[in-house]
Design a protein around this ligand. Sequence first.
Ligand SMILES: Nc1ncnc2c1ncn2[C@@H]1O[C@H](COP(=O)(O)OP(=O)(O)OP(=O)(O)O)[C@@H](O)[C@H]1O
Ligand SMILES: [Mg+2]
Length: 275
Amino acid sequence: MSEVAEPEETTGAGQTGLPILEVADLGLTYPNGREVLNGVSFQVFAEETFVILGGSGCGKSTLLNILIGVLQPSCGRVRVTGQDIHRLHPAELKSIHLQCGMLFQSGALIESLSLLENVGLPLRQHYRRVAGDVLEETARLKLRMVGLEDHADKRPSGISGGMKKRAALARALALDPLLVFADEPTSGLDPVSTQEIDDLFIRLTRRIGAAAVVVTHDIASFFRIANRAILLGGERDGEYRGRVIMQGSRDDFRASSHPAVQRFLNTSLGAHPLS
Ligand SMILES: Nc1ncnc2c1ncn2[C@@H]1O[C@H](COP(=O)(O)OP(=O)(O)OP(=O)(O)O)[C@@H](O)[C@H]1O
Ligand SMILES: [Mg+2]
């Protein structure tokens, strides 16, 4: 899987034309008064991999939940292909969701279903009039795409952590989405498995031409997969808490002398020095 080319620096894959995802001046205060996000803005363009970085508890999952329409922001807006997703009727939001693949932190595979059935779930939900054997064949193709064709009949509990991530990726990509959201897609994996999943993720999202929004605090992953990224401020970042500390390419992050960026990179890097 090492044939994956480095993502393009600076320009992303296609920062031309209209953004697929537009986030403008987003704020979120939970009902208990906890202000988590404040004035968050960014745009994601076709076929680019956009990474959301930040320490534990800074609001990355909260932001992702707002982006997929599960959580209502306190202020600001989110547009997917030009449509404000928090102002849509449920049926309209559903049609947006059909264009979005989602890969949750836990993998969220259903234990009572085989891997083949898990991957086939979005296909069956969407293509209700298509014959079952055609959908099964499509699900099998998706499993082959992630190298799990020989494990189609296994249950999630019978496979390794890395295999679960691959199955969850196959399910997220089942409908060939325009945009993929992933919350910590490599959490809990060792560095070798992390690299394998990163490479697979980039290879497959490129193959189907999807843009991706990936939450991670793994700096090695960030330097492997990102075209551009934002760093969200957390508790230790004072006035930047809940705000975007920095937005830019991997080179911009490497070159930054911003103390909060330096602190994040240096404390997260460990064995992965900037080079
Ligand atoms: N429903 C809620 N009500 C109140 N506070 C919440 C709620 N959900 C999350 N929080 C708080 O909001 C902050 C951000 O949480 P969030 O899960 O978005 O962080 P995160 O960046 O994803 O963290 P991690 O890296 O640990 O996954 C945390 O302080 C969390 O305790
Ligand atoms: Mg989280």
